[in-house]
Design a protein around this ligand. Sequence first.
Ligand code: 5GP
Ligand code: ZN
Length: 121
Amino acid sequence: MSDCIFCKIAAGEIPADKVYEDDKVLAFRDNHPRAPTHVLVIPKKHIASLNEASGDNIPDIAAAVAAIPQVAKADGVAESGYRVISNCGEDGGQTVFHLHFHVLGGRSFGPKLFRGDTAED
Ligand code: 5GP
Ligand code: ZN
C-alpha cells in the first residue's frame, strides 16, 4: 500500500533498525521504545490488522508469529520472558494500520495487563 509507513519500511524506502528478515517477515526496533527490547514484527504483505486474519493472509501472519521467538532469542529475552501485543482498531489503540506484533522485553511487566487491571482501567 503506497501510503503505509510499514510497507515503506518493508520495501526499504524508509530506514529502520532491522533485527530479523525473511521472505515474508520483517522485524525492526520501535522508534519510540517502551522497554529495553521493543521490536515490531510485521508481515511484509500489507494486512491492516488482526481483523484480516483469514484466507490468504494466514501464512503471512503465521510466519510473523513464528519469527517472534527468533527475535526474542536474538535479543536475549527468550529465557527471561517477554510480552507480545497486537493493537487492533481504534479502541485497541492501533495507530499504524499495518498488522504488527509488539515484542516487549528486558523488564518485568508482571501478571497485570494494565496498571489497575479492572475492566475500567
Ligand atoms: P500501534 O500504536 O499501531 O500498536 O503501534 C505503532 C508503533 O509503531 C508505535 O509503537 C510507534 O512508536 C511505532 N512507529 C511508528 N512509526 C514508526 C516508524 O517510522 N519507525 C519505527 N521504527 N517505528 C514506528
Ligand atoms: Zn502496509
